[in-house]
Design a protein around this ligand. Sequence first.
Ligand SMILES: Nc1ncnc2c1ncn2[C@@H]1O[C@H](COP(=O)(O)OP(=O)(O)OP(=O)(O)O)[C@@H](O)[C@H]1O
Length: 235
Amino acid sequence: MPAETAPVLEARGLFAGYRKVPCVRDVSLDVRPGEIVVVLGPNGAGKTTTLLTMAGALPGLGGEVLWRDSPMKAALHHRVRAGLGVIPEERSVISRLSVHDNLRIGRGPIEHALELFPELRPLLRRRAGLLSGGEQRMLLTARALAADPAVLLADELSLGLAPKIVTRLMQALRGAADRGTGVLLVEQHARQALAVADRAYILQRGSLVWSGSADEARQNLRRIERAYLGQDVGA
Ligand SMILES: Nc1ncnc2c1ncn2[C@@H]1O[C@H](COP(=O)(O)OP(=O)(O)OP(=O)(O)O)[C@@H](O)[C@H]1O
């Protein structure tokens, strides 16, 4: 992991929330090219709010978001053009369009998307709304990664999916990071995200309570799950 490179996206003392009430307080975190950073935390910790604010989809309430060291003020679509990819938590395929047409509205070449996820090739003519949850997540991930984004923000990519598909998606993120994308991944379930991540942050009730290398997090996973994630995984 190229730890010496400068962050491509950074939150500095960020306050974020809804209707001027912060539910994320004083959060500082950064993503560098070529690394996967995972933000963990229990339900309601503020992970999605942090991600949406860093994406520019929600206005910040204090602190700043920096894009390559400059305050990021442009609208979300300008940020996307500048190299920001976002996979939001809710399913955002266009159900009535085919897989092919969903890929076509992305910013990257369809062929590149299909090289990343050959599983989608036989599904190209199917309406996206008929895909399984896992296939829809593959479609969204393929579409986002085909554009070779400088930064990819992904929210709960693994939500409700079988472990095999989660592993497949995580490997695709790892591949993108190895090609230079900085990946910020929000996850409630730590294990599979940490398997591919370089660094981790833990949010609890809107504040950062832990940060470190993914190695360190993997080595202390049970303690972290019990202490911070509200998951008693047994002895
Ligand atoms: N649109 C909204 N309007 C008002 N409050 C919201 C809104 N979305 C989320 N919240 C509140 O903000 C807080 C943080 O929510 P957020 O979705 O960021 O947490 P999270 O860590 O992503 O949780 P989860 O894993 O359940 O998605 C919660 O108290 C939540 O109820």
